[in-house]
Design a protein around this ligand. Sequence first.
Ligand code: ZN
Ligand code: ZN
Length: 376
Amino acid sequence: MPSNGATSSEGHARFSHIVKSSEESAYLSAAPDLVVVVLDVDPYAWAAVDSSSTGHLLRKVVVELCIFLNAHTAIRHENSVAVYAAAHNRAELLFSNAPLNSQQTKSARLVAERGGSKPDANTYQPFKLVDDAVLEGVSDFLEASKPAADGEARADEERHSTGIVSALAQALCHIHRLSLSNATGADASAGMGSVSIHGSGTGGAGSAGRSGAGTARGGYKSRILVLSASPDSSSQYVPVMNCIFGAQKRGVLIDVCKLFGTDSVFLQQASHLTGGTYFRIKDISLLLQTLMAAFLASPTLRSQIRLPSNDDVDFRAACFCHGRIVDVGYVCSVCLSIFCSPRERCITCRAVFPQRTLDRYESEKETYVASAAAAS
Ligand SMILES: [Zn+2]
Ligand SMILES: [Zn+2]
C-alpha cells in the first residue's frame, strides 16, 4: 500500500482513506461549525396553535430539531451544537457539546443521572446524547416555568416573551467564551483555568458526558438559529439591538425560522443586519424539510448558494411607549428611546425635554398630518 503521508495529518486522520492530497484536505482544516439553536417554547404562544394540552405539536418540533442537529453533526465530526430554550422571561442552556468542560448543562446531567444515555449498540452515541438532553431538557424547562405560567393572569407587559432576547445574549456569551477558550488553548496562556480543550478527535463512541465533539483548534464558525414562536415585545427593542451589534462585531450570523404567528420585526432586522436568513414557515408540518434546505448550510457556503432572502424587511422601529411600529417617531436625545408622539419627559431615562421643542414638534406634526391627509 503506498503511503503518501496523509495519515501524518492527525487532525483528519479518519478521512485518510479518501482524502489523499493536501488540496483535498484543505477544506477539512477550515474551522468547524457551531450552531446555537434558540428554541422558543413560550407556553402562551404554543397554546395558541396547539389546542391539545399534551404539547404534541411542540414535541414534534423538538424531535425534528433533533434530526436537524444530528444532520449538522453528521456533516462533519468536529461540528458542535448548543441548544437554548426560551420561555416568557427565562432562558436556559439545555445542551452543548462544544468543548467547554466547566459548563456541563443541567439537562445533560439529569439525563446521565437517569441513565438515559447508556450506550446503545444501535445508536450513534453523539446523536443520542443530543436527543436525550434536548428532549428531556425541554420538558424539564417547561415544568420549571410552570408556576409562573399557570399563576394568576400575568400583567399585559409581562405577557410578552422576553426569553428570546435573554437566550440570544446567553448564546453570544457562550460563543464568546468558546473563542476565548480556543485562544487560550492555542497559546497555552493562563487566565481561563477551568476550560480545557479536547486534544484529539477520537471521541466517537463518547466517553462519559458530552466530550464526543472532538477538536476545535482553529475556533468555530458560529451562527445562531432562532426558532421563533412568540410575537415581538416592544420593551425588548434595545436589548435586541444590543444583541445584534454584539453578533455583528463577532461575525455571528443570526438565522431565524418563524414557526407561526405574525412576523417578528426585531428578528427580521437581526437576521438582515447580521447576514443571516429569515424564513417564515407556511405550514409547520414542513419544518424538517425547511431546516434541512434553508438552515443546514455552513456560513462558508452562504455566498455560493441561493437561500430564501428577506427583501421586505420592515426597518421601522417600535415606539417605547405603546410598542406600536411607527412611521415618524421622536427620539430621546439622551438615550435614543423612540416615542410615537412628543412627550414632556423620557420614560426610559427620565430626561426632561424643553417646552420650546415640544411646541415646535406639535406644530410640525399638524402640518405632517395635514399633508398626509391631502396626499391620500
Ligand atoms: Zn407610543
Ligand atoms: Zn431618554
